[in-house]
Design a protein around this ligand. Structure first.
Ligand SMILES: Cc1cc2nc3c(=O)[nH]c(=O)nc-3n(C[C@H](O)[C@H](O)[C@H](O)COP(=O)(O)OP(=O)(O)OC[C@H]3O[C@@H](n4cnc5c(N)ncnc54)[C@H](O)[C@@H]3O)c2cc1C
Length: 416
């Protein structure tokens, strides 16, 4: 079958890899000059199966209210006149109900466990390099109440087959000795030994290269404008090249992996995909004292920060801002990341050489991605992975390749 994959982020490229593995003739289209240059470019780097609980959870509404108007807050809602934003926000509040949170957590967890296994298999098969580390993920708490909640969450996660160990503050320092140089001491943590880290952009770029060697075609600098539907099928994909020429691409199947931009292509066809951008920031800094920089992947829950060692760099990523499609870098929000990094790892990195970045998480209100079929027989979606696109890419890619090929995916998930 001829398959067009729209979008060369980590989700599109991983899907293309599995589709090609199944013997399809695959072409990937993206407006950027290479793979993984938008949201997949400088994320937190964590393969964090243990972080399946969405941001829409019972503790979120109070936090969002408390932080309204605080420029440096980890979660910041900037109200705009957009009905899209308000509709998403109201649904987000609904997803904060305890029952919804539990259901969403379990959906994400099932897919994440499957995804972790698929990523390991892919790594073993291809020896793909992406500054990966398999040293587990330690979620650290500096607030006793938050830590108590974390212990209850650990019970749910453990009951579903993922090992999540509760650690004392002292245990956290033993697990990650670099924390001993911090200016603050954790009250405790939860540790997932099977979680990992790695550079999502390097992975996407290198997997695109491997896919090209296996026959996948990549068309960069091409903007997808709309889908042409006829008799219940997609008859063509209307695109524009960098030179301005319009073209119609045709295929037996079309897979939409456009991250945050997915709804703009699908809504004109009457397909709902409740995906809205949740902006985040990252800083990347060169490590100067290896013994004082962490190599276990960390999450600072109170500040909603992901910290990953990527080779000789340290990546600190986080914060969430509901602010539309703007990717401008806010100095203030990035500085908040730098200040926190200075508290946690004061002498580990060179703060004079900070690379700042902002990206738009393609988030659904419950953080559960939209994967599967549509009402058009040859149109499929793999998008809306929110805070966990890197964690979920391999499982989602394998599953959508199964669905496109007419097979049942090997994971229990609410597929479309
Ligand atoms: C600050 C931050 C930290 C994060 N940390 C983590 C983490 O630690 N772990 C984790 O699992 N996830 C993390 N994420 C989430 C993760 O990065 C995303 O979920 C993931 O990158 C989404 O991948 P994607 O392929 O769906 O989207 P993208 O990478 O955005 O890919 C979509 C592609 O579609 C293309 N495109 C869009 N519209 C068009 C068009 N009209 N024509 C042509 N091309 C188009 C774009 O160019 C882009 O290449 C983080 C995100 C952020 C912002």
């Amino acid at each position: 079958m001829k398959v067009l994959v729209l979008g060369a982020g980590v989700v599109g490229v991983t899907s293309a890899w599995y589709l090609a593995e199944d013997g399809h003739e695959v072409t990937v289209v993206d407006r950027q000059p290479g793979a993984g240059l938008e949201t997949s470019f400088a994320n937190g780097g964590q393969i964090s199966v243990s972080q399946a609980e969405p941001w829409s959870n019972p503790s979120a509404p109070a936090k969002i209210l408390k932080w309204l108007g605080d420029e440096e807050a980890p979660l910041l809602f900037r109200p705009t006149a957009s009905t899209r934003q308000w509709a998403w926000g109201l649904r987000f509040l609904y997803e904060c109900l305890p029952g919804r949170t539990r259901e969403n957590t379990l959906q994400i967890l099932q897919l994440a466990i499957y995804s972790g296994a698929r990523l390991k298999a892919l790594r073993e098969k291809t020896s793909i390099a992406y500054d990966s580390l398999q040293r587990g993920l330690l979620q650290i708490y500096y607030d006793a109440q938050e830590f108590e909640r974390a212990q209850r969450r650990a019970e749910l996660i453990n009951s579903r087959g993922l090992e999540l160990q509760v650690k004392s503050g002292q245990d956290c320092l033993s697990l990650e000795p670099a924390l001993a140089y911090s200016k603050v001491t954790p009250v405790g943590g939860t540790y997932a030994p099977s979680d990992e880290s790695g550079d999502a952009h390097l992975f996407t770029r290198n997997l695109a290269q491997l896919s090209a060697q296996h026959g996948v075609q990549f068309r960069y600098g091409v903007t997808i404008e709309r889908l042409d539907a006829h008799a219940g099928k997609i008859a063509g994909v209307i695109v524009r090249s960098a030179g301005g020429a319009s073209e119609v691409l045709r295929a037996d199947a079309v897979l939409v992996c456009l991250g945050t931009w997915t709804p703009f292509l699908l809504e004109p066809l009457g397909i709902r995909a409740p995906i809205y951008p949740v902006k985040g920031y990252s800083i990347t800094v060169p490590v100067v004292r290896a013994d004082r920089a962490p190599s276990v992947c960390l999450t600072d829950e109170g500040h909603k920060l992901a910290i990953s060692r990527l080779g000789d760099r340290l990546r600190v990523a986080g914060t969430a801002e509901l602010n539309g499609y703007d990717t401008t870098i806010s100095e203030r929000r990035c500085n908040a990341l730098i200040e926190r990094a200075k508290v946690l790892f004061p002498d580990a990195v060179d703060f004079a050489q900070v690379q700042r970045w902002a990206g738009l998480r393609p988030a659904t209100p419950g953080n559960v991605p939209v994967i599967g079929r549509t009402r058009y027989s040859n149109l499929f979606i793999n998008a809306g992975h929110g805070t966990l696109g890197w964690t979920l890419c391999a499982g989602s890619g394998r599953a959508i390749a199964d669905i496109v090929g007419g097979r049942r995916p090997q994971v229990e998930f609410r597929f479309r």
